[in-house]
Every structure is written in structure tokens, then in C-alpha cells.
Design a protein around this ligand. Sequence first.
Ligand code: AMP
Length: 174
Amino acid sequence: MEIIELVREGIRDIPDFPQKGIIFKDITTLLNDPELFIMTMSLFEKSVKGMDIDYIAGIESRGFIFGSILAYHLGCGFVPIRKPGKLPAKTFSESYALEYGTDSVEIHQDAFKEDARVLIIDDLLATGGTALAAAKLVEKCGARVTGIHFLIELLFLKGAEKLKSYPVESFIKF
Ligand code: AMP
């Protein structure tokens, strides 16, 4: 079986989490299996070949896992995009609508050096609200979004349309 198929089959569906009607795509079953973890990271690593990136910005919390490993392997910086109230220094903030509820995300105002090229990483693209807010935060800091890469995309929620002004990639589509 191809890597992409093995990873797809390793993702666990949890119905009605965190609320009724949502099928939660659980990636902890990719993380607790050493072979699947390596295969998952290989998909991210293949997707950045040839890209010029100064920083990976990971979206809390599952974007931290994949994003920080990728940054470490690429030898570039890692910047966390966090839920409100978690970052200690001066922040910029952006609100967005989630598949379930509303929320906002924050970034440190001085996270990037001037004219930085930033790749945003998260585990899953649903409505695209979180990633769009993350991209706006990167731009508020004066940096450039060179791409937004996801492990999983829920096609029926059409999140890619919301992100159409950015290069978007996802590896496993449902
Ligand atoms: P959205 O802003 O609608 O694109 O939602 C994306 C964020 O919410 C990501 O950080 C995902 O981890 C999380 N998320 C949304 N829907 C799901 C889902 N069905 N399964 C797992 N995570 C989800």
C-alpha cells in the first residue's frame, strides 16, 4: 500500500466529538505508531521540497507537533500561533468562526525577522477560518505567507475557497 493510503487508514474517526454531528479526525493514532508517525512527517517533508522558507508557523495545538518537527528538519525557525491568553509577550489577535463555535488566535508581534517567508502548518483544514486568521496574523507581523499546508482536508466544507489567495496544500482529502 502507498504511504498516503496507510496514513489515511491510520486516522481514526470519532463520531459526535466534540459535539453531535461532528466526525472528529483523530490523528493521535498516527502519532502513537512509530511507522505511521514517520510516514506522516514524510508527507509534510515532501510538500516543502524546493520551497524557500524562513519560518514554520504552527497552529495550536496539533499544528505544533507537525510544524515543529518540520522546522527542526528544515533548519528554520518555529513560531507558535496560540489560543488567546497563552503568549506572554505583546501579541496580535484575530477572531474566526470554527466548524464548532468561535475562537481567536494570537501571535507574538516580534515573532519574525523583516520580510520573512512563512509556511503555516496545521493538521486539518475544515472551514478554513482558523488558517485564514493565522495567515492574517503572519501578515500583521510584516511577514509573507508562502503557503499553508495541512495533513487532512475536509473537502465538503470548502475551506480552500476561503484560502484562495494563498498556496494551499493538503495530502489526505475526505
Ligand atoms: P476550521 O477553522 O474550520 O478550518 O477548523 C480547523 C481547526 O479545527 C483545525 O485546527 C483542526 O484541528 C480543528 N478541526 C475542525 N474540524 C475538525 C474535525 N472534524 N476533526 C478534527 N479536527 C478538526
